[in-house]
Design a protein around this ligand. Structure first.
Ligand code: GLN
Length: 306
């Protein structure tokens, strides 16, 4: 990794480490609150394979909603453009778990990255696969070349025991006919998918395919077409941070996706994927320090898709 990148990341990491962390760890999934909230990691992987990480970059965490990009990738491969009749491609301007717009749009979620949209994507995978839970994990393991990646039963069980809003969302969408399977089955798979664990290094490596026109960087194997990868990136840019997507585009200028575990992955097409992790979240449910770190890195590097 050339020193321009490493110096920018080192300086940005130091600067943001000193900031008072005004965020709060998510507690609505009780198990997530058991994390050490001082954790702070960053890892960048370039398309030529060069990489650099700092802090708690090798400590695994619950990637939560970041996994929605991977489930969408799998469902998009299966359904092609027909998928957009089940879930739309518009920013929601609401919180990730909002029920609000489902009534207005008759059970068609605004996009695949809010919970309602991700539940529909899970329903699609269940309908098309023999065992969605296993096959999704196999897909992610093959995509990342990391055969040991796994779900966390502890986190999934904890979310399941308190997942009243997601249960409401899933039943509500079912009432409009946009969930084909039993809500309990869809929710079980959704909670498992969200409980996937990775560290910043693994996350940045896994997402390089979206910076590389849909192809893996290791063997150039095609995961999805260039056009589909462009569309997933467009969705990450416009919807990846819920009601803070505009701000992320404005301040960071890259497609990205956050998770309530405090992780964020972002990518610069043709260049790199970067993952950050700090568990305390801002009021929009996005990592407080993670957002600031990415903003500082892209400001100092003067590189963004704009
Ligand atoms: N599993 C979480 C939920 O459904 C995912 C939300 C997130 O990461 N923003 O609430």
């Amino acid at each position: 990794m050339d020193s321009t990148y490493t110096n920018i990341i080192k300086n940005a990491y130091r600067e943001i480490s000193l900031l008072e962390n005004k965020g709060k760890v998510a507690t609505y999934i009780p198990e997530l609150a058991n994390v050490d909230d001082a954790m702070f990691g960053v890892h960048i992987t370039r398309l030529d394979g060069a990489e650099f990480g700092m802090g708690n970059n090798l400590e695994k965490f619950s990637i939560q909603s970041i996994a929605k990009v991977l489930s969408l990738t799998m469902a998009y491969k299966i359904m092609g453009e027909r998928i957009w009749s089940r879930v739309d491609v518009e920013p929601s301007g609401t919180k990730f778990d909002s029920l609000l717009l489902l009534e207005t749009y008759h059970g068609i979620p605004r996009n695949p990255f809010i919970n309602s949209g991700a539940l529909v994507v899970c329903d699609i995978l269940i309908s098309h696969l023999d065992n969605a839970r296993e096959e999704f994990l196999d897909f992610v393991r093959a995509l990342s070349d990391m055969p040991h990646l796994n779900y966390s039963d502890k986190i999934a069980d904890s979310e399941k025991a308190h997942g009243y809003r997601n249960t409401a969302l899933c039943n509500f969408i079912k009432s409009f006919g946009n969930i084909e399977n039993e809500p309990a089955e869809v929710l079980d798979f959704y909670f498992d998918m969200c409980s996937l664990e990775m560290n910043c290094q693994q996350l940045s490596k896994t997402f390089t395919f979206l910076a590389n026109g849909g192809h893996k960087i290791i063997d150039n194997k095609k995961i999805i077409s260039k056009s589909n990868s462009k569309r997933i990136n467009a969705l990450m840019l416009t919807c990846g941070f819920y009601d803070e997507s505009g701000e992320f585009a404005f301040k960071v200028g890259l497609p990205g996706k956050s998770g309530v575990g405090g992780g964020i992955v972002a990518l610069y097409p043709g260049n790199y994927a970067i993952a950050v992790w700090s568990p305390k979240l801002n009021p929009n449910g996005n990592s407080f320090k993670g957002m600031k770190l990415l903003e500082t890195i892209t400001t100092h590097s003067e590189l963004s898709i704009f």
